[in-house]
Design a protein around this ligand. Structure first.
Ligand code: NAD
Ligand code: MG
Length: 329
């Protein structure tokens, strides 16, 4: 759906008459005027809350300032929030929507590839604490997601590739045909809308079966346990998607070595990642990575469930003990 159609669409989801658009400065320069126009053409009163771009804005201070701005208007429970931006805006606005007046509707308008295929789907919202990422949050499904893929045309290549790692992940864990399409990066750019829809359908399938992330939703963590450890070890110098790319390659090597998958599956995973020129090297001490993985928030007591590819398009969980991690790495 084009952003210009959002104003009319809102009536299906918002009973009130006021919307707060949350966005960041970069996205505001590009798309805020268009978003304000469509919302006000839809007959709504519209406000905007603009944050600094970047992960550091997903914090308690910005969150409280946003709640304050909502209360000042004041937004009622019938009104809503529009998250216009990437995952930072989506998570922050989503968490504010989940908690303001014990919950008001949020509409997601993803403007990054990662937000389109991942953070705008599934209802996880959060802010970071000084102690770690996403430590305060809530499950709050968006009332509507406006997927206007043309908004992604302005993405810098690095941010695009950051999201592409998640797209590749979907192909590996659940959709061999998608992985075949991804072999051609030009085809992907020309057909991005279809590719995104396919990824969203996969994520929805996993989420609907397991909204609160205690079962099959964990498959979406392929490459993420090692990837997270790499992100942390790099002090977040390595962006999430690039770390997940390394994590997927590393996991593929482990899986082939342990006979959890065949060598052809490993090679196909490495090949698709190399097609997008991800740097797959991991220059961190194995002991340090194992130590970080042992503290992973998704750990179950003394165990960790790793997502293991079994073939292209399928995967399973492999439970390992904390002591086993270092041997595997
Ligand atoms: P981001 O929101 O910081 O966006 C990345 C950069 O791209 C920003 O500088 C932004 O200003 C810029 N940008 C956004 N849209 C643009 C556009 N159309 N053109 C040009 N520039 C644009 O980062 P992200 O990668 O989208 O999201 C990362 C966040 O998402 C993390 O905080 C992560 O925890 C969260 N996340 C949440 C979920 C979930 O399920 N809720 C899933 C994955 C990730
Ligand atoms: Mg991810």
């Amino acid at each position: 759906m084009r952003l210009e159609q959002l104003g009319a669409e809102l009536h299906k989801h918002i009973k009130g008459d006021t919307l707060m658009i949350v966005t960041d400065e970069t996205v505001a320069d590009l798309y805020l005027d268009r978003c304000i126009s469509t919302v006000s053409d839809g007959g709504f009163e519209v406000h905007a809350f603009v944050i600094e771009p970047g992960e550091h804005s997903k914090n308690g201070d910005t969150y409280l300032a946003l709640l304050g701005a909502l209360a000042e208007i004041p937004l009622t429970r019938a009104d809503g929030i529009i998250a216009l931006g990437g995952g930072v805006v989506g998570d922050l606005a989503g968490f504010a929507a989940a908690t303001y007046l014990r919950g008001i509707p949020v509409i997601q308008v993803p403007t990054t590839l990662l937000a389109a295929v991942d953070s705008s789907v599934g209802g996880k919202t959060a802010i970071n604490l000084p102690e770690g990422k996403n430590l305060a949050g809530a499950f709050h499904q968006p009332a509507f997601v406006c997927q206007d893929t043309s908004l992604l045309a302005t993405l810098p290549e690095e941010i695009y590739l950051d999201g592409m790692a998640e797209v590749i992940k979907y192909g590996i864990i659940a959709d061999a045909d998608l992985l075949t399409q991804l072999q051609d990066p030009d085809y992907v750019k020309a057909n991005l809308d279809d590719i995104i829809s396919r990824c969203v359908a996969i994520k929805k399938r996993f989420v609907e079966e397991d909204e609160h992330d205690t079962g099959v939703r964990q498959m979406l963590n392929f490459g993420h346990t090692i990837g997270h450890a790499i992100e942390i070890a790099s002090d977040f110098d390595i962006r999430h998607g690039f770390a997940v790319a390394k994590g997927m390659a590393y996991m593929a090597e482990i899986a082939a070595r342990e006979n959890w998958c065949d060598v052809a599956t490993r090679d196909a995973i490495i090949h698709i990642l190399e097609t997008y020129h991800y740097d797959l090297s991991v220059d961190f001490d194995k002991e340090a990575l194992a130590d970080i993985m042992g503290k992973d928030k998704k750990r179950k007591g003394a165990f960790l469930d790793l997502v293991v590819p079994t073939a292209i398009g399928s995967c399973r969980l492999q439970r390992i003990s904390a002591e086993e991690i270092e041997r595997l790495l």
